[in-house]
Design a protein around this ligand. Structure first.
Ligand SMILES: *[C@@H]1O[C@H](CO)[C@@H](O)[C@H](O)[C@H]1NC(C)=O
Ligand SMILES: *[C@@H]1O[C@H](CO)[C@@H](O)[C@H](O)[C@H]1NC(C)=O
Ligand SMILES: *[C@@H]1O[C@H](CO)[C@@H](O)[C@H](O)[C@H]1NC(C)=O
Length: 239
């Protein structure tokens, strides 16, 4: 009897851990409002299009969910992601058959409708340069997405690497003509590191942001060995 009780006690923490890790967010649409807790999945989108198509009346940047933009009828592409909240993630967008410069060359991350949030525009590619590495911060307050923004490191990650050009003092660009499918040999797939900050619906602090800050110097790509081979070591290999 005593042995059984001990076994049960040993199992209990495992069961609790499984329950805590279960997703409680049933919102799978990017243009709907979700309230999250740590370890939920969270759906958001990234739209690729021209600079102008993200603005209403050429002045007001709206969420891609806003019908006034009519993004779906313009030359645009949409990528959807559902990362786990507060887990360090590296999203990739394979560019072997998708050339961002063919769709206007800019991207915006977004989620929500009544509580709509969208990032500022990020330059991805034109016929001369392609930017392959981004860090996106998702900031929540009490579990609602408040803000999305691109964290830049002022080109420090490509300082001293002759294959890269520092664009606008913020992005490390590679020549588009060096990319696979464009006359070159480099896999110019996009890598987007995610970081979460703020609080979830139980006011628990999301802190993957701090981990990214600390890891930045080593580059998060190092954590993803399969990607490291295709996305970073090639830069040294091919030039
Ligand atoms: C668009 O902008 C112009 C000038 O900035 C303004 O006169 C006009 O009222 C705006 N239209 C709408 C629909 O907001
Ligand atoms: C992108 O897709 C191509 C073709 O399927 C593949 O060879 C390449 O390794 C992929 N790149 C990444 C970064 O996954
Ligand atoms: C491509 O983008 C870079 C960086 O924004 C810019 O300096 C350059 O003029 C652009 N080239 C073309 C052909 O649009």
């Amino acid at each position: 009897m005593a042995a059984k009780g001990a076994l049960w006690l040993m199992l209990l923490p495992l069961v609790v851990a499984v329950v805590i890790a279960t997703n409680t967010n049933s919102v799978y649409q990017p243009c709907a409002d979700a309230k999250i807790q740590r370890s939920d999945g969270f759906t958001f989108g990234i739209a690729f299009s021209s600079r102008e198509s993200f603005f209403f009346n050429q002045s007001l940047q709206l969420s891609p969910c806003d019908h006034r933009l009519s993004l779906s009828s313009s030359n645009s592409q949409l990528a959807l992601f559902r990362p786990k909240v507060d887990e360090i993630s590296l999203l990739t967008i394979n560019t072997s058959s998708f050339f961002p410069d063919n769709y206007g060359g800019y991207m915006v991350a977004f989620a929500g409708r009544k509580y709509a949030a969208r990032s500022p525009l990020a330059f991805v590619a034109n016929s001369t340069y392609t930017v392959t590495s981004f860090t996106l911060v998702l900031e929540f307050q009490k579990g609602r997405l408040q803000n999305l923004y691109w964290k830049r490191d002022g080109c420090s990650s490509c300082k001293g690497k002759s294959n890269f050009v520092c664009l606008n003092k913020q992005d490390c660009g590679i020549r588009t003509s060096s990319c696979k499918g464009r006359g070159g040999a480099v896999d110019c797939s996009l890598g987007i590191q995610l970081a979460f900050s703020g609080t979830d619906k139980h006011l628990s602090v999301l802190n993957s942001w701090y981990e990214v800050e600390n890891l930045r110097q080593y580059s998060l790509y190092g954590l993803y060995s399969n990607l490291r081979d295709s996305l970073t070591s090639q830069y040294n290999k091919f030039f």
